[in-house]
Ligand binder design. Structure first.
Ligand SMILES: C[S@@+](CC[C@H](N)C(=O)[O-])C[C@H]1O[C@@H](n2cnc3c(N)ncnc32)[C@H](O)[C@@H]1O
Length: 236
């Protein structure tokens, strides 16, 4: 399983207020409607900020531990959280906008999952509504061809090792947590990086692409870390 022990330390490892603000500013700049669904909301940093700027949000994630972290940031229970797979949105209502942020899309490991995912999302966005997602750029595969390693300790004394490496189309992340009782917990994560042309073709039956930028603000498919897609649900 992924995002179990990591859920407890996710914010300590990657929380970035500036990036959270940049995501929300990016989304708001396209004036999406208020009724929004967030897929793979994780520990809810962006979720909570989207609620704060006035969105009526449902938010889901496959990891119960991540959803538990996210709920703690919503004491007023403004957000409708659930634990579920973003590949099956059966029973959810229609939304004015759907978002899937911060590499979450890259956890879809098969091309047929990507097609199914876009179809599921399309089935829950009103015609003309917007779908926002980001994805690792192909450059990430080169960046992590040389293994990245980080070690450190959290405030509670738990130590960790984090390594990232890429092979073929895949990015592998391995975490080891050295707990106070002497046990070691490991998590292995796998993400896939897709060519932008494949994504454009997979989106085409359901969406018009409104904007693709590299790292938020550079137009088009340029070299960089991530691509940011804004797609409009086709009518009919
Ligand atoms: C890198 S985290 C990003 C979390 C959050 N979007 C953020 O902005 O920090 C990826 C998240 O995707 C979730 N995830 C992966 N596959 C999923 C799936 N099939 N359905 C729902 N959530 C999924 C993981 O549980 C994890 O919380």
């Amino acid at each position: 399983m992924m995002y179990n022990t990591l859920a407890r330390y996710y914010d300590a490892l990657v929380k970035d207020d500036e990036a959270t603000k940049a995501y929300v500013d990016w989304i708001e700049s396209f004036h999406p409607g208020k009724k929004m669904l967030e897929l793979a909301c994780g520990s809810g940093e962006i979720t909570e900020r989207l609620a704060r700027v006035g969105h009526r949000l449902d938010a889901l994630d496959l990891s119960a531990d991540m959803v538990e972290q996210a709920k703690q940031k919503d004491p007023e229970r403004l957000i409708g959280f659930s634990v579920r797979d973003m590949l099956d949105l059966t029973g959810l209502p229609m939304y004015e906008a759907v978002v899937c942020l911060c590499d979450s899309f890259n956890y879809l490991l098969e091309k047929q999952d990507v097609a199914r995912f876009f179809e599921q999302v399309a089935g829950h966005i009103e015609a003309g509504g917007l779908f926002f997602f980001d994805t690792h750029a192909l450059d990430r595969l080169d960046e992590f061809a040389d293994e990245f390693n980080e070690t450190g300790a959290f405030e509670d004394g738990v130590q960790y090792q984090w390594s990232i490496m890429a092979e073929d189309d895949f990015v592998y992340q391995d975490f080891a947590f050295y707990l106070a009782d002497g046990s070691v917990v490991q998590e292995h994560h796998m993400q896939r990086v897709y060519a932008p042309r494949f994504l454009e073709e997979a989106l085409e039956p359901w969406f018009d692409i409104v904007s693709v930028t590299k790292d938020f603000d550079v137009e088009g498919i340029a070299a960089g870390e991530k691509y940011f897609f804004v797609c409009k649900r086709k009518r009919g």
